[in-house]
Structure formats: structure tokens, C-alpha cells
Ligand binder design. Structure first.
Ligand code: SF4
Length: 221
């Protein structure tokens, strides 16, 4: 559990961490960032999905956008693109609403379904935050919406997926506390990585961005 608010890790970092540990460290430890087409498209889609503080009711579903979330247990904070609350006798009270409600997070992605588990892990982490914050029963299913297919994909939030979320955040916290940036291990994913010009994947021995800059500046003297 983090000692203070500044020690919470960003929940969305789990996508980068799954894609490449080094990419996560460059963004979240060394605070390097570089846009490419994929990240710009993704951000625009999120801005479209987000309508802060907006809640509406459609039939038996309450829809909330850009809901802040956190988990003391996982030591992470972030927000959900959309949370749908369904009327359910096993649900929880919501302020100002009659009845009992169960949440299901929905995460918007601009592309198509990933080969890896990054989107499902992010979604599962969101559900785990909601369960802890609202003291509600385990959420069994949540949804990913992909802009390319314009379809919702149901994701089973299995014990295995939940355990991977816990393991990844624990590993992430170790890196964060040690300020550790893993060394380059070039893969096919580097081609589409927005940080490839910063990361320098063709230099296998390069360590942190700071080491590279210090080396480059030192070499110029
Ligand atoms: S360029 Fe490759 S090694 Fe570097 S951060 Fe991106 S995915 Fe990771």
C-alpha cells in the first residue's frame, strides 16, 4: 500500500508494461514521451469518449464517464472511460439512486484487439479498483470497445487474469522504487513503438536515457 498519494502508480501503465518493460520505465520513471500516429489516434478517441462528470440513465443502466478510480491494495490510480451500472439485487447503493447496482467498466481502444493481454489486464485492474472502492461483489465480466471493429468484446475477469494484474503491479513497483529502466531487448514491437527514437533499440547496451545523454555529451567534449 503506498505511503502517500504521490506513490500511486498510474493504472494505465500496465499496457506499456505488458508491451515492453523498458517502454513503461521510459514513460513512467524517466518521463520520456513521444507521439506517433497510433498514440495520437488513441488520445483523440479517448477525448471523444470522455465527457467529464457526465452521468445518464438509459433504462436499467446508469452510465458514468471518466470516473476516477484507485486501489490501495494494488497501489494504483487512474480512471475508467465508461462505467455502466446495472440494476442487480446483489449490487450496492449509489448516492441519489434508488435500488442496488453492479458496475462494469468499458475501456475504449482506437485500434483492433491486441495479440497480447495488455487491454484485458488494464480492464481487469479497473474492475479490481471498482470492487475495492465500492465494496461490491466480484465483477465477472467487463468490456473492451475497439474503434476499428466498432464492436464490444466481453472479457471474463478470471482468477488468472486478476493474479497477473497483482504480479505485474508488484513488479512495476519494484522497478519504480529502484528507479530501474530495463535494458533494450529489440523485438518486432519496436517498429510500432512511439519511443523507438528515444529508446535507440539498435544500441543493445544502452541503459537509461540519462546514461545515453551523459555519454553523448561527455563524448562531445
Ligand atoms: S523501441 Fe522497443 S525496446 Fe524500446 S521501448 Fe519501444 S518496444 Fe521497448
Amino acid at each position: 500500500m503506498p505511503a502517500n498519494d504521490d506513490d500511486y502508480l498510474q493504472l494505465s501503465g500496465i499496457q506499456h508494461f505488458t508491451f515492453c518493460r523498458r517502454r513503461w520505465a521510459l514513460i513512467h520513471i524517466e518521463e520520456a514521451w513521444s507521439d506517433n500516429l497510433l498514440t495520437v489516434e488513441g488520445r483523440l478517441m479517448h477525448e471523444h469518449a470522455h465527457n467529464p462528470f457526465f452521468t445518464e440513465k438509459r433504462g436499467d443502466i446508469i452510465i458514468t464517464r471518466e470516473m476516477p478510480i484507485f486501489s490501495k491494495t494494488l497501489g494504483v490510480s487512474g480512471q475508467c472511460d465508461v462505467v455502466e451500472f446495472y440494476a442487480d439485487k446483489n449490487g450496492v447503493d449509489l448516492h441519489g439512486r434508488i435500488g442496488l447496482w453492479l458496475p462494469r467498466p468499458i475501456e475504449y481502444k482506437h485500434g483492433s484487439p491486441q495479440m497480447n493481454d495488455s487491454d484485458r489486464l488494464q480492464l481487469c485492474a479497473q474492475a479490481m479498483c471498482l470492487e475495492e472502492m465500492l465494496l461490491c461483489p466480484a465483477i465477472d465480466t467487463a468490456y473492451l470497445y475497439y474503434g476499428e471493429t466498432r464492436r464490444r468484446e466481453a472479457v471474463d475477469l478470471t482468477p488468472e487474469l486478476r493474479e497477473t494484474v497483482r504480479t505485474m503491479f508488484a513488479e512495476m513497483r519494484q522497478y519504480y522504487e529502484r528507479r530501474y529502466t530495463p535494458r533494450v531487448k529489440p523485438t518486432k514491437a519496436c517498429k510500432s513503438c512511439s519511443l523507438k527514437d528515444i529508446c535507440l533499440p539498435r544500441m543493445p547496451k544502452s541503459g537509461s536515457v540519462r546514461e545515453y545523454i551523459d555519454g553523448a555529451v561527455g563524448g562531445a567534449e
